[in-house]
Design a protein around this ligand. Structure first.
Ligand SMILES: Cc1cc2nc3c(=O)[nH]c(=O)nc-3n(C[C@H](O)[C@H](O)[C@H](O)COP(=O)(O)OP(=O)(O)OC[C@H]3O[C@@H](n4cnc5c(N)ncnc54)[C@H](O)[C@@H]3O)c2cc1C
Length: 503
């Protein structure tokens, strides 16, 4: 006989408006003076997050809906260039990109509140596109020649998007010989009129259905190293046809499966340069990748919130041995830990957004810029690394249903978390980067001032002396290992300060 047991209690306990029902998120956004239009957008997306986005993200991850390369022309006239996405993903992309969040005057807190709500669903074929489009808009605003009509036209398209007419971006740096050491990029840019034609291969190209790709490439004859790398904006289609590229294959990935990631062969794709030709990699890292890293920090916090949401709802509903799971001491302790960490992660991510956007202002001080530069590397590394074990804990708390892909989002969040930690700079690379920046930006000898500025009241003497010892250490291995010990504690101190601002 079929059982009458049903899970409505658990489903209902997950809530109906994830903006309204998230006190920390609501209080953070309340620090801004929002127009009625933006408030109603957050209310709408809060309801979507608790309903349609759950359904769409589940659907997009199903094996039969995963992105696939459209079959090439049977007569061998056209190489494979197109990827098919499910209708569910396209609808969310249209609604988000067309919502007004890319307007220059859109409130920064509200923008990242939308990013947070989206990321409660994992990647879902949407959040990479959102991060890349943010980076594209910022780089066009901050680095493109203001007199360049091509850049201005794309920026207008992004800012004025509607659900019926929207565009998005992608960013390709990584090549087969390495992603971290991008100064080895070999994709060739052959000058062509007021732009260049690209030849060669990129090894990991996510969100390639985007309208505009930011691509790092080496102009013909440019010197070796990072100064020889320029940044190009490449429209995916030109004059109604694919712009000189071919998809070699789609990657078969552990996570972010609803997002297409391809190996692409460039066969003369035309693009125009963004910023000076000898500063392409610097521009890409400082603006575009840094924007993506901030998205990852917000994503890590959002994944933890969702993991908690699922675990709490399930533990409040499910009974075993005559009592709710939430009342079993070891499970209650596990939930409490998740609750604490989800709040710390959210407060830390929101503060990171604030410190980073403050440092982008034209009147930002040197202190603000130095802190933001190092903070984003630390935050991306530490926040994303913590996410996997916490999602795992939530999954175990739910039990068998927690690891069943159709029942629970947790396996997907767990798989996506591994990617979140890898892309835009893996853990050790970012720690290495932060350490180089501490040297390069002159923090040595001013460790106390630096930490008191960034960690506020959490910059205790012990942390200051430890940072001094790291920066004074001359042995490369000892230095790297000591910073590896210290870095997470610096970020956790920052989170503790950020959390205290919500007390
Ligand atoms: C699903 C997915 C999608 C992706 N999408 C894109 C995309 O759209 N565009 C794009 O450009 N790239 C993309 N990437 C690539 C990603 O950014 C790279 O994987 C990442 O930058 C690391 O490069 P790598 O894999 O070549 O590793 P490597 O550079 O070979 O590094 C291997 C390991 O060595 C460590 N390491 C390297 N150098 C140092 C150092 N000096 N100090 C300490 N540690 C170091 C790294 O931290 C890492 O752990 C994607 C990757 C994945 C998995």
């Amino acid at each position: 006989m079929t059982s009458s047991y049903d899970f409505s209690g658990y489903l209902d306990a997950r809530g109906t408006n994830w903006f309204d029902e998230d006190p920390l998120l609501r209080r953070w956004v309340a620090r801004s003076e929002l127009s009625a239009e933006v408030r109603s957008l957050l209310d709408r997306f809060g309801r979507d997050a608790a309903s349609t986005w759950i359904e769409r993200s589940d659907l997009a991850e199903r094996r039969e809906h995963l992105p696939r390369v459209r079959e090439p022309d049977p007569y061998n006239r056209h190489p494979p260039t197109e990827v098919e996405l499910p209708e569910a993903t396209l609808r969310t992309l249209a609604e988000v990109h067309g919502s007004g969040i890319w307007r220059a005057d859109f409130d920064e807190r509200a923008r990242y509140a939308v990013v947070y709500l989206l990321n409660e669903h994992g990647e879902m074929g949407v959040t990479c596109s959102v991060a890349c489009t943010d980076g594209l808009a910022r780089v066009l605003r901050m680095a493109a020649d203001p007199a360049d009509a091509r850049a201005a036209a794309i920026l207008r398209e992004i800012e004025a998007a509607t659900p019926g007419r929207w565009v998005h971006g992608a960013q390709f740096v990584t090549e087969i010989q390495g992603g971290s050491d991008a100064a080895t990029n070999a994709l060739e840019a052959r000058p062509d009129g007021d732009g260049a034609r690209l030849y060669g291969q990129k090894w990991f190209c996510s969100n390639l259905t985007a309208d505009y790709w930011l691509v790092t490439a080496r102009p013909t004859g440019a010197p070796a190293g990072h100064r020889g790398i320029a940044l190009y904006c490449v429209p995916r289609r030109r004059d109604g046809a694919p712009n000189g590229y071919r998809i070699r294959r789609l990657k078969d990935k552990l996570g972010t499966r609803a997002l297409p990631t391809a190996e692409i062969e460039f066969e003369g794709a035309w693009g125009f340069p963004v910023g000076p030709l000898d500063a392409g990699l610097r521009t890409m890292v400082a603006i575009v990748l840094t924007t993506s890293r901030v998205h990852n920090v917000v994503a890590a916090a959002a994944s933890l919130r969702r993991a908690l949401r699922e675990a709490e709802a399930y533990a409040a509903f499910r009974t075993a041995f005559g009592r709710r799971l939430a009342d079993v001491p070891l499970l209650a302790a596990s939930l409490e830990r998740l609750r604490t960490e989800a709040d710390l992660a959210a407060a830390g991510a929101f503060a990171c957004v604030e410190d980073w956007t403050a440092a982008l202002a034209p009147d930002a001080t040197r202190e603000q810029k130095t802190w933001a530069r190092i903070l984003v590397s630390l935050a991306k590394a530490v926040a994303t690394r913590r996410t996997s074990p916490r999602i795992y804990e939530a999954m175990m708390l739910v039990g068998g249903n927690g690891i069943e892909e159709r029942f629970s989002v947790l396996p997907r969040l767990y798989r996506d978390a591994a990617i979140m930690e890898t892309w835009e700079g893996p853990y050790t690379l970012l720690l290495h980067q932060a350490l180089c920046d501490l040297d390069r930006l002159g923090v040595r000898g001013h460790e106390g001032d630096f930490l008191r500025f960034g960690l506020r009241d959490q910059a205790g003497d012990a942390l200051v002396s430890e940072l001094q010892a790291v920066l004074e250490e001359r042995d490369e291995t000892a230095r790297a290992l000591a910073f590896g010990e210290l870095a997470p504690r610096l970020f956790f101190a920052y989170e503790a300060w950020a959390r205290s601002t919500f007390a």
